[in-house]
Design a protein around this ligand. Structure first.
Ligand code: PMP
Length: 422
């Protein structure tokens, strides 16, 4: 008899047997409204017919055309098609399987291209669980603890986390940039700094959007010091925030983009994109892997791009996101922070929405967030938490979600919050 590791935690008790659109179905046939989308992956909805058809056809044609042995058409087609959506100038792609691997590829490229050893990360960011990615992750110690030493050469600067600091966005941004300058003056000299890596919206760190002034500040410093700007769009990319890339909200202008999750509607696929001249500075042999750019995953990604465009999913994310935020703010207004705590903040972008629970002192309240998440699950609304203390309940519905489904989700949310907070 063998079984899954007891350490592997599952946020809901659901045993999913089938997925369709925004719903997952369990063994009893019960439908669950899935506002987790496989942690922001199944943007086209579960088993979108176009994605299913493309993958099925590819499975029957060529499953594994190992890309450092032979080339295959879906990988070429996808590389070409991504040109329609990538930031200007980022015309060269390298594919791997997971967000973590892609983050590591971006880190390797930045170090090899600049010949500099250090990376600056921003407090509260999540970049992955593999060794280098975990070394750059500061969203919670559970990702870093107990197996150090981690990769050296990572310096941590503040993220403009206005709610956390109790400031407005402008003050938080000014503080973050001032501390970044201080870090470059005291910890990692520009000449030793290969890259800044930043999420446009902190994901696992609690759904905290960056700001235009912050990304402008990073760009300006990167240009001034010859530092590369890596934008980790693993969770925020592919329409999730109501623009194609999260950094489109903030005039981000990256040197390297990291993408995964929404890219292939659930097939393991990730990529980095950079200008060809920069990509060519990666050392020979440093890019490869057994499963990278899998043919079925690439075919699914091409279909995903078709669906996003034809069904106007980016626009839908913006519109449904506005509807979702209006509802979440209404629920929050009914539960202001009082002597038993309450909802401290509602924030995010597009269909990436977080509600932060705090105690009477305004401190993160993970226990209450967990109770609300469970209460929602019992009512058939699947949700996840995030934030260092698990204090934020997040909604990441598939981008195909319609207006009635948002209303249904909001009604279940209201009932769940009322049940816990009274
Ligand atoms: N970067 C970000 C911003 C992420 O949200 C994640 C996954 N939550 C990762 C990297 C790591 O991706 P993966 O789990 O596929 O390794």
């Amino acid at each position: 008899m063998s079984a899954l590791s007891p350490v592997l935690k599952q946020a809901t008790p659901v045993l999913a047997v089938r997925g369709e659109g925004v719903h997952l179905y369990d063994e009893t046939g019960r439908a669950h409204l899935d506002f987790t989308a496989g942690i922001g992956v199944t943007s086209t909805g579960h088993c979108h017919p176009r994605v299913v058809a493309a993958a099925q056809e590819q499975v029957a044609t060529l499953i594994h055309g190992q890309y450092t042995t032979v080339m295959h058409r879906p990988l070429l087609t996808l590389s070409e098609r991504l040109g329609e959506v990538l930031p200007p100038g980022l015309d060269s792609l390298f594919f791997v399987n997971s967000g973590s691997e892609a983050v590591e590829a971006a880190m390797r490229l930045a170090k090899q291209a600049t010949g500099r050893p250090n990376i600056v990360v921003f407090q509260g960011s999540f970049h992955g669980r593999t060794m280098a990615a975990a070394s750059m992750t500061t969203s919670a110690t559970k990702f870093r603890s107990g197996y150090g030493p981690l990769m050296p050469g990572v310096a941590v600067a503040p993220f403009p986390n206005a709610f956390h600091y109790g400031w407005d966005e402008e003050t938080a941004t000014r503080f973050a940039l001032r501390e970044l300058d201080q870090l470059l003056a005291t910890v990692t000299a520009p000449a030793d700094t290969a890259a800044f890596i930043v999420e446009p919206v902190l994901g696992e760190g609690g759904y905290v959007p960056a700001s235009t002034a912050f990304l402008h500040g990073l760009r300006e410093r990167a240009d001034r010091h010859g530092i590369l700007l890596i934008i980790d769009e693993v969770q925020t990319g592919f329409g999730r925030t109501g623009r194609f890339w999260g950094h489109d909200h903030f005039d981000g202008r990256p040197d390297i983009v990291v993408t995964a999750k929404g890219l292939a509607s659930g097939f393991p696929l990730s990529a980095i994109a950079a200008p060809a001249a920069l990509m060519a500075k990666a050392w020979p042999g440093s890019q490869g892997g057994t499963y990278g750019g899998n043919a079925v995953a690439c075919a699914a990604a091409v279909a995903t791009l078709d669906v996003i465009r034809e069904e106007k999913l980016v626009e839908n994310a913006a519109e449904r996101g506005a509807q979702l935020f209006a509802g979440l703010r209404e629920v929050a207004a009914g539960h202001p922070v009082g002597e038993h705590g309450g909802i401290g903040d509602v924030r995010g972008l597009g269909l990436m929405a977080g509600t932060e629970f705090v105690d009477a002192d305004g401190q993160p309240d993970g226990a209450t967030a967990a109770r609300v998440q469970v209460a929602a699950g019992e009512r058939g609304l699947l949700l996840l938490t995030c934030g260092a203390q698990g204090q934020v309940v997040r909604m990441i519905p598939p981008l195909v979600v319609d207006s009635a489904q948002i209303d249904e989700g909001l009604a279940l949310w209201r009932a769940s919050v009322d049940a816990v907070l009274g």
